[in-house]
Design a protein around this ligand. Structure first.
Ligand code: ADP
Ligand code: MG
Length: 324
């Protein structure tokens, strides 16, 4: 990048995030040197956010910094991994110190909260995009995979669904009057909360787990395909937030909850005999956990209402997950 690349890194990125004993060499050389916990798997994931595609062009920079790390920590959470380190590659159309300072604040606050050290990265010029790699660890045999859901397991989701998709709609309609509830929904889009401590608890409980980036129907579909099973989901049990219900058309908000992306909640399966533990886990991690369905033999996802009547699928878009 320009000749002041080093100043920019020194000004904005050196020292954000946590200091960790296991970083033998951090930012400043050609690469970082890290000491993974002895005998554990190193868990690696990366995600790119492109302006105009993964976040609105006018999203607040602090939120972009938060979200770029959060979506990666969410992937670690879905593996049951404990986060430790991250790298950050930033492509910027121009150098804007205010933007960079706010971005670094959003990234750094979340990194410190989860004791993640920023150990390297890259800066270059181009259309705005952010790539983060997150690294963590998990004991062998304890990682949460997509492939181990078993017939009879309960399907559980964390938090509430459909908020982020609704938040995006509201963010795109500047005529909607500002209110606390609108701000909360938009916050669910811009500042997702990675369920890291839930993921750690699930190591001892879940048979399969995935984080919800593309919507429950699509992402649960990956567990079903990976585990070679089917599922029935009760759409009237999908956890909806108060603001979601009020701005999303009442009970019919379940459609958004099922297909809306960007919630970054966890969806996981639990054997029936372990279900009694779920409430205790929910209160330990302070996150609502809701049973929404059951794993069945066969292929695909079927949807029912609370009284067990099948959901009539009127829109062709719903077909694709019936047999995926
Ligand atoms: P190189 O040209 O050898 O790849 P760079 O000049 O890109 O090195 O980076 C110098 C140092 O600063 C490296 O340790 C790199 O990891 C770090 N770094 C570069 N950009 C960032 C960033 N956005 N955030 C954190 N560290 C960064
Ligand atoms: Mg470089």
């Amino acid at each position: 990048m320009s000749r002041n690349e080093f100043d920019l890194i020194a000004d904005h990125f050196s020292g954000i995030g946590s200091r960790r004993e296991d970083v033998a060499l951090g930012i400043g050389d050609d690469a970082a040197l890290l000491n993974p916990p002895r005998g554990q798997h190193l868990v690696a994931t990366t995600d790119t956010l492109v302006a105009g595609i993964h976040f609105p062009d006018n999203a607040p920079p602090e939120s972009v910094g938060h979200k770029a790390l959060a979506v990666n920590l969410s992937d670690l959470a879905a593996m049951g991994a404990e986060p430790a380190w991250a790298t950050l590659s930033l492509t910027l159309p121009e150098v804007d110190d205010h933007w960079l300072a706010a971005f670094a604040r959003g990234f750094g606050d979340l990194a410190r909260y989860h004791q993640v050290a920023l150990v390297g990265g890259d800066l270059c010029r181009g259309p705005l995009s952010v790539t983060v790699q997150a690294l963590g660890s998990v004991p062998p045999g304890k990682a949460l995979r997509r492939s181990r859901a078993t017939v009879g397991d309960a399907i559980i989701v964390s938090g509430t669904l459909g908020d982020a998709a609704l938040g995006l709609k509201l963010w795109q309609q500047p005529t909607v009057p500002a209110s606390e509830e609108v701000a909360w929904l938009v916050g669910r889009l811009h500042r997702p909360v990675p369920r890291v401590s839930l993921g750690l608890e699930l190591r001892a409980l879940a048979t399969a787990c995935i984080d919800l980036s593309d919507g429950l129907a699509a992402d649960l579909g990956h567990i079903l395909a990976g585990s070679r099973v089917a599922a029935v989901v009760n759409v009237d049990r999908l956890p909806l937030s108060g603001p979601g219900r009020r701005f999303g058309g009442g009970r019919s908000h379940w459609r958004t909850a099922l297909t809306g992306g960007d919630d970054y909640e966890l969806c996981f399966t639990v054997p029936r005999r372990r279900l009694h533990v779920v409430d205790a886990v929910a209160s330990r991690v302070g996150v609502r956990l809701t049973r929404v369905g059951t794993i069945q033999p066969g292929v695909g996802l079927s949807l029912v209402h609370g009284d067990n009547t099948p959901v009539r699928v009127s829109r062709p878009g719903y077909r694709h997950f019936q047999d995926s």
